[in-house]
Design a binder for this molecule. Structure first.
Ligand SMILES: [Zn+2]
Length: 89
């Protein structure tokens, strides 16, 4: 979204806005409604936050917690990757 990089589908995070206009990570990609996709890379996430592109993509005014939701999603993904690289449990 907004960046020119090409990533496989698996590297995309899907977000939806719930009825309370709060952003939610759709990790199963099953939540109904309009979704916004973001590359699971810190550069892309930071750009999206700076440009408010998630709110625009979802056509909603996201609450103040939205940025945190995105950052937590990215952090948990980074963590999952780290565990796959032979780090001690
Ligand atoms: Zn990107």
């Amino acid at each position: 979204m907004g960046c020119r990089g090409r990533e496989p589908q698996s590297a995309l995070l899907r977000f939806v806005a719930d009825p309370g206009q709060e952003l939610r990570l759709d990790s199963e990609r099953r939540l109904p409604g309009r979704g916004a996709y973001l590359h699971a890379r810190s550069e892309c996430v930071e750009q999206a936050l700076k440009r408010r592109s998630l709110g625009r993509a979802l056509k909603t005014r996201l609450g103040p917690a939205a940025d945190g939701v995105v950052l937590v999603a990215l952090a948990s993904l980074d963590q999952a990757r780290g565990e796959g690289e032979g780090a001690a449990p």
